[in-house]
Design a protein around this ligand. Structure first.
Ligand code: SF4
Length: 176
């Protein structure tokens, strides 16, 4: 994986603030990995209590697939937009995949698509970079981007890519 030098300069809020942004990043769904989809569907009972009534049928959860070299399986699957948000979004508690994992006593990100966990970082063509496309989100407005991004997402990087990668990102580009 190549690391885009932009990661060492870009800023982000100190942490996600769902009360500020109302989880607008979940409005359009996400591309998840085909392997992640299988795991989510085989654990569907954990999430059913936490999805909106209109997304209670698991056949509504996933849509189109496409080849994607940035996915571990090589296949990306979209989470469908049901109503006005991702099938897994609930205005009362956020992501049903996260809520279901927590309520089951598991790690909060056990079932969450990796692209959701890593936002605003994104893997694009094998390069880890910053997703600058959703400029209208609260967290992506310049005035709210007050902290180095590598500090804000340290926990997420550690979870997804391990300690070594977290340490690499913590060092300045000159020191790597
Ligand atoms: S899977 Fe969860 S975190 Fe990802 S877009 Fe859907 S509701 Fe948001």
């Amino acid at each position: 994986m190549i690391i885009d030098p932009l990661i060492f300069q870009a800023k982000f809020p100190e942490a996600c603030r769902p009360e500020q942004c109302r989880s607008r990043c979940c409005r359009f769904g996400v591309w998840t990995d085909a392997g992640e989809m299988k795991v989510i569907l085989s654990n569907r009972e954990l999430f059913l209590p936490y999805v909106r009534p209109e997304a209670i049928d698991p056949s509504t959860w996933f849509g189109d697939t496409e080849a994607d070299r940035d996915c571990p399986s090589g296949i990306a699957v979209e989470t469908r937009v049901v109503g006005d948000a991702c099938a897994f979004f609930h205005p009362g508690h956020g992501c049903a995949l996260q809520k279901g994992a927590i309520e089951a006593g598991l790690h909060e990100w056990q079932f969450k698509p990796r692209f959701c966990v890593m936002f605003p970082l994104v893997l694009s063509g094998g390069t880890l970079t910053v997703d600058e496309e959703m400029k209208s989100l609260w967290c992506m407005k310049e005035k709210n981007r007050t902290h180095p991004i590598v500090e804000s997402v340290r926990k997420e990087v550690q979870f997804l890519f391990g300690n070594e990668m977290a340490k690499t990102l913590a060092r300045s580009p000159q020191a790597r």
